[in-house]
Design a protein around this ligand. Structure first.
Ligand code: ADP
Length: 248
């Protein structure tokens, strides 16, 4: 059974259908890279999985339990509430709380959402900051950090909830090229440790080297899903071929 899945998910904003019957299953330890042209619905799919958008049709499931669909029910809301801490999210623009220190950002959700004891939350946060190479930034505010450092804090913050899956929405797109690698390195390390990840990205090197699967979207649909090597060397659809040829 997949850890998290979209099952025939459609999403419309007003009259515009942005996702058309998208089905995608992410198993434990998968690193699924979602790629495709701008406006193809990648972020919207991710936001549906993150419970930030409600599907217009279809369902999002976690371990087989429906956590989002077009129909609201108290049972579904309860299921969503229960699994929400298991779904971590890393945004394009980091979204750190500017009025809190790095440590404050990382301990906030465990303290407030999980009711973790402060000393325990701090201990875990310090370990996570060490993991992302930012132990020395523990007490500074986000505006004193580079974009790459801020994104690494955002990853530590997401990990602080011990999520079962991490969703990344173009995590390096807002960064200068020289700052991207430090974020990609942390993501690569997480993948190596067996973290289940779904990554919307324009980083084809990462998709090729770290992804266990590539999902190619165009015009609100999943056009192709393949092992990275297969996708980049022998894509089967014309749209994917065109997309890949434009990368060079
Ligand atoms: P991608 O991530 O592939 O660039 P998005 O999922 O961000 O694609 O967007 C897909 C389409 O949906 C775009 O045409 C975008 O303008 C539209 N869209 C996304 N969010 C909204 C919204 N909140 N309201 C209206 N249209 C939206």
């Amino acid at each position: 059974m997949p850890l998290i899945a979209a099952d025939g998910v459609s999403k419309s904003f007003g009259l515009t259908e942005v996702l058309r019957h998208v089905s995608l299953a992410v198993a434990a330890k998968d690193v699924v890279c979602v790629i495709g042209p701008s406006g193809s619905g990648k972020t919207t799919l991710l936001r549906c999985l993150a419970l930030l958008e409600q599907p217009s049709a279809g369902a999002v499931t976690m371990n087989g339990v429906t956590i989002a669909s077009a129909r609201d029910s108290s049972e579904q809301r309860r299921a969503a509430r229960e699994v929400r801490p298991d779904i971590g999210m890393v945004f394009q623009h980091f979204n750190l709380w500017p009025h809190m220190t790095v440590l404050g950002n990382v301990i906030e959700a465990p303290l407030r959402v999980k009711g973790t004891a402060r000393s325990e939350a701090i201990q875990k946060a310090e370990a996570l900051l060490a993991k992302v190479g930012l132990s020395d930034k523990r007490d500074v505010y986000p505006n004193r950090l580079s974009g790459g450092q801020q994104q690494r804090v955002a990853i530590a913050r997401a990990l602080a909830m011990s999520p079962k899956v991490l969703l990344f929405d173009e995590p390096t797109s807002a960064l200068d090229p020289e700052l991207r690698q430090e974020v990609l390195m942390v993501m690569r390390q997480l993948a190596g440790e067996g973290m289940t990840m779904l990554v919307v990205t324009h980083e084809m090197g990462f998709a090729r080297q770290v992804g266990t699967r590539v999902v190619f979207m165009d015009a609100g649909e999943i056009v192709e899903e393949a092992a990275p090597k297969t996708f980049f060397t022998a894509p089967s659809s014309e749209r994917a071929k065109r997309f890949i040829s434009q990368l060079q």
